[in-house]
Write a protein that binds this ligand. Structure first.
Ligand code: UDP
Ligand code: MN
Length: 602
């Protein structure tokens, strides 16, 4: 105490007192400045911690739904292109595995500096090449199979043999080789006849001699070179023609197969009446982590014929839960990953060689399989990881739209009957190139195989479909106070609050809906109008009675007798969109009046 007093009296006299005060103020100021800069630093750091790909542009056809499943592929709309990366960067193979990186399917994180480079290189492959190059081509992976799948025992002597066909165009070295090594490391030797790589006219230097040398060292692996770029159909056919195994197993060039993947595929494909697909898990395009994709999914397509993962019908869900290791039917396959007995593949006409580069071949093959007496199925016991990309990294000679549209036009013309007319009516730019397609041989094939109609397909394979039919009403549901029922363009997604959209014209699919005899109001993408808690929402179509709307004159009523009502706030544009939709007690109110304007669907 004494000491302390002496100290202060010494310091705080006269001028010294002022200096001390000044010093104290200065210290306080420095402190404050320190905290401000610390805060600033943290904010910047937080920003940097956000996944680097967040700043990339997402196209409207890829989004992550509320279950965390990435819903994509079906239609690439442009995308970010390669930019001006120097030749030596584009053509070099920088595979340099870091011990432990990505083992067990774990994500690989990059340093701040590497993130910048990774971002610059992203457009090369539409996935993180820096991360891929750090992971061993022989990395370990988790076993995602259910207990019931793991306990199934196969007698290998009774299974047919397999030829694995992997086609690629300008793929990265590390992802391509990791696909090959995962197959070699995880397929029983007696079942694996050969692995055929088909190079679809890649022009990257490292995919030339360097790849030949690496492949030469591997038992059972061979490489075929397509002299001119045909696209995946031509390349897969090239591989299939060389196959000596009983079953053809197709894989993309950025897959990783896991423990026990091959046996369930061969077991089912042995039957000679089915195209059997593995359960496709997710390899992150950012960190290359291996994660489970949702269990209950099957493949279907939207009104615009974009491939979609959807929840299967309730009968299939019941079948799945009663017998989780049993393969289940799917309206369509995703594309690149499936197994089929070679004899069946050729008997049904292989692939449509008129389909170039990428797209629609998965729909065509699936429709053909079902309509011509075979099946398409998924087995959850075969787990294969695939890198889903948000953009197609390679060039489409002639342009993306032209290539895709002519493939779609071919598939629709040959297989969809009346629904081809629906598709062409609402896609005039595709209708315009319809007559340029020479599909006589495919139509002939359909006739020779005595294939069933598209109507049969919709009714029997995909009874939950949301397409218009002759016994479903199709058109616009226009509110008396403005706007029409519909899902705003480019924002599909379940659980979206329902509001009205601009009514558009007769060709505007966004404001057109199907109204079924049972009372479901269905929009594109399998969305049904559902009374939620408080608001009406667009929800995945299901058996729920909350999705039933009974038409009584100009009103739409819930089973309990409430009326569909539109509330507009002042800021909503009453001619166009906005508003709040819910069901309320029926009264004399034009907010409850809806005009059903029929539009011919074909
Ligand atoms: N592919 C090909 N030639 C092409 C386009 C694609 O060989 O002109 C290959 C591609 O390298 C991949 C497979 O076909 O192994 C499927 O293509 P992609 O992975 O781009 O399709 P997605 O999985 O995105 O549907
Ligand atoms: Mn792919």
């Amino acid at each position: 105490m004494l000491l302390k007093n002496d100290f202060w009296s010494l310091l705080c006299r006269g001028r010294k007192k002022k200096i001390v005060t000044l010093l104290v103020v200065l210290i306080l100021l420095i402190n404050a400045m320190f905290y401000v800069s610390l805060e600033l630093y943290n904010t910047v750091k937080r920003k940097h911690k956000e996944p680097w790909y967040n700043s990339l542009h997402f196209d409207k056809d890829s989004y992550v739904d509320e279950t965390g499943m990435r819903v994509i592929v079906g239609h690439y709309v442009g995308g970010i292109k390669g930019g001006d990366l120097p030749d030596d960067v584009v053509n070099s193979n920088n595979y340099a595995p870091v011990p432990g990186a990505g083992e067990g399917g774990r994500p690989v994180q990059l340093s701040q500096r590497e993130l910048i480079t990774a971002r610059e290189l992203y457009s090369l492959h539409s996935y993180n090449i820096l991360v891929s190059d750090k992971i061993s081509i022989n990395r370990s992976l988790p076993d995602m199979r259910s207990e019931s799948c793991r306990s199934v025992e196969f007698n290998l002597d009774n299974l047919p043999t397999a030829t694995i066909i992997i086609v690629f165009h300008n793929e990265a070295w590390s992802t391509l080789m990791r696909t090959v090594m995962s197959v070699l490391n995880r397929s029983p030797g007696v079942l694996l006849k050969q692995v055929i790589l088909v190079d679809d006219a890649s022009d990257r230097r490292y995919l030339g001699e360097e790849l030949d040398k690496a492949i030469a060292k591997l038992d059972k692996v061979q490489i075929l070179r397509n002299p001119t770029r045909t696209g995946l159909v031509g390349a897969r056919l090239m591989g299939a023609r060389e196959a000596v195994g009983d079953v053809l197993v197709f894989l993309d060039a950025h897959c990783e197969v896991t423990q026990g993947w091959l046996e369930p595929l061969l077991d089912r494909a042995g039957n000679d009446d089915v195209f059997i697909c593995p359960h496709i898990d997710l390899l992150s395009d950012d960190t290359m982590s291996y994660t489970k994709s949702i269990d209950a999914h099957w493949g279907a397509f939207s009104w615009r014929l974009h491939f979609r993962w959807l929840i299967p019908g309730s009968d299939v869900l019941a079948l799945k839960s009663a017998n989780p290791s049993k393969p289940y039917p799917t309206p369509t396959m995703a594309g690149g990953l499936f197994a089929v007995r070679k004899s069946l593949f050729w008997r049904l006409g292989g692939y449509d060689e008129g389909m170039l580069i990428w797209g629609a071949e998965n729909l065509e093959l699936s429709w053909r399989a079902w309509q011509c007496g075979a099946r398409v199925e998924i087995t959850s016991c075969s787990r294969v990881g695939h890198i889903f990309r948000r953009h197609s990294p390679y060039k489409y000679p002639g342009g993306v739209a032209k290539v895709l549209n002519s493939n779609l036009a071919r598939a629709a013309t040959v297989w969809m009957d009346e629904w081809a007319e629906f598709f062409f009516k609402f896609n005039p730019s595709i209708a315009a190139i319809r007559d340029q397609q020479t599909v006589a041989d495919r139509v002939e094939l359909r006739k020779n195989l005595k294939c069933k109609s598209f109507k049969w397909y919709l009714e029997n394979v995909w009874p939950q479909h949301f397409f218009p039919t002759d016994d479903r009403w199709f058109g616009r549901i226009r509110s008396d106070i403005g706007g029409c029922l519909g899902v705003p363009a480019g924002t599909p997604g379940v659980g979206r609050p329902a509001s009205t959209v601009p009514c558009g014209n007769d060709l505007d699919l966004d404001s057109l809906v199907v109204y079924t005899p049972e009372g479901r109001v269905m929009a594109d993408e399998g969305l049904c109008l559902q009374q939620g808690n408080g608001r009406a929402v667009w929800s995945a179509c299901s058996d729920s009675s909350k999705q039933l709307w009974v038409q009584k004159g100009p009103r739409l009523k819930t089973p309990s007798g409430l009326c569909l009502t539109l509330y507009l706030t002042e800021k909503d544009d009453k001619d166009k969109d906005g508003g709040f939709i819910t069901s309320k007690k029926c009264i004399q109110d034009n907010r409850q009046i809806w005009h059903l304007e029929r539009v011919p669907w074909r």
